[in-house]
Design a protein around this ligand. Sequence first.
Ligand SMILES: [Ca+2]
Ligand SMILES: [Ca+2]
Length: 99
Amino acid sequence: MRRPFLYICQRTEMRFQKLPMKLNEQELLAFFKRHDVNKDNRLSWDELKQAFIDLGVSWVSWTTDRAMLQADDNEDGYISEGEMEKLIQFALKCKLTIK
Ligand SMILES: [Ca+2]
Ligand SMILES: [Ca+2]
């Protein structure tokens, strides 16, 4: 079951208020692309998790699960380039990048 987007953000917001970074959309896109370590142009669960670790997210596995649910449209377990926009919106809406 997918939960409504806003519900997830409300739940996560509190936990991410102290993050040290503030990135805009383009910086986030570049940031996530840098975490495609095997260069297959998509982010696996582990690659995404590492990205959140580097962002300073404290509930990393939880956040990675939620991000996957939101962004992985075709449910293949990877965030492809076409799905990254949703991933970025998730990060921005949940204030993952704001101090
Ligand atoms: Ca990859
Ligand atoms: Ca996918």
